[in-house]
Ligand binder design. Structure first.
Ligand code: URA
Length: 225
């Protein structure tokens, strides 16, 4: 056996001893960052499995797919929208319709891609005819989102539109008053901004959304392209 082999054994032994001292009962030989990432992904997968059979509100009866959310489990930035529409319901993915294409551009405006961030909604199932979420649906579904945020632990949440902002902040203030500044959501900085579907109808809101994205980018220490 050569010297290098014994050095590897020694450092493995030191690693295992260190894990035992720090109270770890399960020893994992992945690099630390990969280990953290895989346990967040595991936590999200367990939650997704549970949510996929949710029957807590009548929307379960009309869905094609539960739209759990998707993206980087380690994302520093998480977007939260309102509820899936027809495209999202049929594909089981958030923000894949016209509003989603605009959201992809908004994410790109600060030099990120959809794969860098995490995207989810207040409701995981589509309300019929894309009507507004009902208070009972929000009450039934939002615990799923709270757990999802708890797994991802983003540094910043961007709440898209009135329903996301008002639900997460337990506020009834209009989105025009909530947007433009950071709020506290259980210790996470939360920036409300206009929903991309609103921007498709009111392009005058784009300047405000750009200002909100610049504030998020600054908070995350990103360099705006
Ligand atoms: N609007 C939303 O709020 N969420 C989606 O996933 C799609 C459109």
């Amino acid at each position: 056996m050569n010297k290098e082999f014994y050095e590897i054994i020694d450092s493995l032994k030191a690693y295992v001893d260190g894990e035992k001292i720090s109270g770890e009962r399960e020893i994992c030989f992945l690099p630390r960052d990969a280990k953290a990432e895989s346990s967040i992904a595991h936590g999200l997968a367990v939650l997704k499995e549970k949510v996929s059979s949710c029957q807590k509100c009548p929307l379960a009866g009309g869905r094609m797919n539960v739209v759990f959310g998707e993206g980087n489990p380690n994302a520093p930035l998480m977007f939260v929208g309102e509820a899936p529409g027809a495209d999202e319901d049929s594909q089981g993915k958030p923000f894949v319709g016209r509003a989603g294409q605009l959201l992809t551009k908004i994410i790109g405006s600060i030099g990120l891609t959809r794969e860098d961030v995490y995207i989810a909604n207040i409701l995981k199932c589509r309300p019929p005819g894309n009507r507004n979420p009902l208070p009972g649906e929000i009450a039934a579904c939002s615990p799923h989102l709270v757990k999802q945020i708890g797994e991802i632990k983003p540094r910043v949440i961007c709440a898209l539109g009135k329903f996301a902002a008002q639900t997460l902040l337990s506020s009834e203030a209009p989105i025009s008053r909530l947007r433009g500044k950071f709020h506290d959501y259980l210790g996470v900085k939360l920036m409300p901004t206009y929903h991309p579907a609103y921007l498709l109808r009111n392009s005058s809101g784009k300047k405000d959304v750009w200002d909100d994205m610049k504030a998020i980018s600054k908070e995350l220490g990103l360099t705006v392209p």
